[in-house]
Write a protein that binds this ligand. Structure first.
Ligand code: SAM
Length: 208
C-alpha cells in the first residue's frame, strides 16, 4: 500500500512513521510513504500557495493552480490513486472506512490549511471527503495521520497478531472488554475473577 501526503508541512507527518508498528510496516515493505508539496508546483516567484477569499471573507485559502497541477501530475503517474480530502465538511471517518480503504493500492491525503482548499480542487479530484470529529483543527495533517494509522492496522501483516483485529472495539455493536496485565493484584486493585478464569465468552460479555 502506498500513502501519499499532499502537504505544506511534511515534517508534521513524517515523524509519525519513525517509530513502532508503522516504522516496521515500512521496513517490511508493506507500506510506502511519499510526500508532495504544493509549493513545488507554484508558478509565482515567491512560492505562494494561498490567497484571499473571492467572497472577501476573513482568512486565506489554498488557491487552485498548485494543487490542480500537483494532482494532475500525480494522476498521470498513478491513475489508480484514490484521493481523500480531510475536511470538517466530510462524512465521519469510521472503522468500516478504515477496513474498506485498506484494500486500495494507493491512497492520497490532501491536507488543507488556513481556511481550507479552493472548492474547485475538491470538485475535480476528491474520491472521498472525511471529517474525523466535530471540531476544527489547524490543518489536514493530523486527520490524514489518524486515518492512515487506522487504515494501516487493517493491512495484512502490519499487526504482529491479526487476531487482535477481530476482537477490537467497533467490530461489533459493543466495545472491547477492558484489559489487565499481570500481576492479578497490584497495590489494592485486583483483576476481576472472570479474567483470571480465562473464560473468554464471559469476558466478551463484560464489554462496556
Ligand atoms: N474553514 C474551515 C471550516 O470552517 O470548516 C476549516 C478549515 S481548517 C482551519 C484547515 C484544514 O484543516 C481543513 O481544510 C482540513 O484539511 C483540516 N481539518 C480541520 N478540522 C478537520 C476535521 N475535523 N476533520 C478533517 N479535517 C479537518
Amino acid at each position: 500500500m502506498q500513502f501519499s501526503y499532499v502537504t505544506l508541512f511534511e515534517g508534521l507527518i513524517a515523524s509519525y512513521f519513525e517509530d513502532s508498528i508503522l516504522k516496521r510496516a515500512i521496513a517490511k515493505g508493506l507500506l510506502e510513504i511519499t510526500f508532495l508539496n504544493p509549493r513545488d508546483y507554484t508558478k509565482n516567484k515567491h512560492g505562494k500557495v494561498d490567497d484571499y477569499q473571492a467572497s472577501g471573507g476573513a482568512g486565506l485559502v489554498l488557491f487552485p493552480q498548485p494543487l490542480l497541477d500537483l494532482l494532475r501530475s500525480l494522476k498521470e503517474k498513478s491513475p489508480h490513486a484514490y484521493i481523500i480530502f480531510p475536511t470538517p465538511a466530510g462524512k465521519l471517518f469510521t472503522q468500516n472506512d478504515a477496513k474498506r480503504l485498506a484494500h486500495k493500492e494507493h491512497l492520497v491525503f490532501v491536507s488543507g490549511r488556513y481556511e481550507g482548499i479552493d472548492e474547485r480542487v475538491i470538485e475535480t479530484f476528491a474520491d472521498e471527503l472525511f471529517c474525523i470529529g466535530d471540531y476544527v483543527l489547524t490543518g489536514g495533517e493530523l486527520p490524514s495521520l489518524v486515518m492512515s494509522d487506522a487504515i494501516s492496522r487493517n493491512i495484512k501483516g502490519v499487526l504482529g497478531n491479526e487476531d487482535s483485529l477481530s476482537i477490537e472495539s467497533f467490530e461489533s455493536p459493543l466495545l472491547e472488554a477492558p484489559c489487565f496485565s499481570k500481576p492479578p493484584l497490584y497495590e489494592d486493585k485486583s483483576v476481576p475473577s472472570e479474567f483470571l478464569k480465562g473464560n473468554h465468552a464471559k469476558i466478551t460479555g463484560l464489554k462496556k
